[in-house]
Ligand binder design. Structure first.
Ligand SMILES: NC(=O)c1ccc[n+]([C@@H]2O[C@H](COP(=O)([O-])OP(=O)(O)OC[C@H]3O[C@@H](n4cnc5c(N)ncnc54)[C@H](O)[C@@H]3O)[C@@H](O)[C@H]2O)c1
Length: 264
């Protein structure tokens, strides 16, 4: 898909990766970029800079997503590309004493923001896209959804679930000409990463949101299912599949190193 002349919605567009995507989609000549975020002031600032439109939306609330989609489609036109990008660094604690220890509220929140938000968007848009002959979903997930995340079982588990939903959405609706890409970066220099108590988890380099947007444009162009701005992730996935036990051992070493850094 080429973004030129398309109507594009980006959730979590007020900051970080989402902001980078909004700015890049505008540069690519999108007809309208809708910056949807729970942070209305932030969304307005990004939208003003790119001639886009701000929309206050809490993606954990289905009614907000239904309103976002129906309002945009009634006033502007069919959404060609819906980017479910909003996400939160849920429960990151390098010194965690129990992988299951986070509260049910936090588990439910992670589930809502990283999984159900994607379900809500697809629930309203799939029938509309089918009726008009196709559409595109870009799901910002994380390399943590393919590999894992040291220090947060909530983040790792809900991002894995988001991968599960993206796969299912992609193959169930391929024949409807609905395309899906999942964006799975490692560290990206954003407010989310800067606030992490344990710092970046890999030594593979922190990318800018602009570099991630470059990878997204290339991935959309080729309509590839997995967009990996950090190329090393392919090798890590291969080693996970080739020898799961050795991979768990490697993750245990990363976990130990992360604890030692946090104790200093
Ligand atoms: N930064 C990284 O290193 C990194 C790596 C892999 C994946 N990710 C994923 O990328 C996505 C964006 O992350 P980021 O680093 O740009 O984060 P960020 O915190 O910089 O920006 C996230 C944006 O989402 C918005 N948001 C949060 N909750 C929302 C909600 N309920 N409804 C609507 N908007 C909401 C925030 O207001 C913010 O503008 C997330 O899904 C994150 O899990 C980030």
């Amino acid at each position: 898909m080429r973004v030129k002349d398309k109507v594009v919605v980006v959730t979590g567009g007020a900051k970080g990766i989402g902001q980078g995507l909004c700015e890049r989609f505008h540069k690519e000549g999108a007809r309208k970029v809708i910056v949807a975020d729970i942070d209305e002031a932030g969304a307005k600032a990004v939208a003003a800079a790119i001639g886009g439109e701000a929309h206050r939306c809490d993606v954990t609330k289905e009614a907000d997503i239904v309103h976002l989609v129906t309002d945009v489609e009634n006033r502007i036109g069919p959404i060609d590309l819906f980017c479910s990008n909003a996400g939160v660094a849920t429960g990151m604690n390098p010194l965690t004493e129990n992988a299951a220890g986070d509260s049910n509220d936090l588990w439910n929140f992670g589930w809502q923001v990283h999984v159900m938000a994607h379900v809500y968007a697809a629930r309203i848009l799939v029938p509309r896209m089918k009726a008009r002959g196709g559409g595109y979903f870009l799901q910002t997930i994380s390399a943590a959804g393919l590999l894992s995340q040291v220090g947060s079982a909530v983040y790792a588990t809900t991002k894995h679930a988001a991968v599960g939903f993206a796969e299912n959405l992609a193959f169930t609706h391929r024949a409807d000409n609905i395309r899906v890409s999942m964006l799975c970066p490692q560290g990206v220099d954003t407010p989310l990463l800067r606030a992490l108590p344990m710092g970046p988890q890999s030594s593979d380099g922190i990318l800018s949101a602009e570099a991630v947007a470059d990878a997204v444009i290339e991935g959309l162009d080729q309509e590839t299912f997995v967009i990996l701005p950090h190329k090393e992730v392919v090798r890590y996935m291969q080693s996970k599949i080739n020898n799961y036990d050795r991979w768990i051992g490697g993750m245990a070493k990363l976990d130990k190193a992360s604890r030692e850094r946090a104790r200093k």
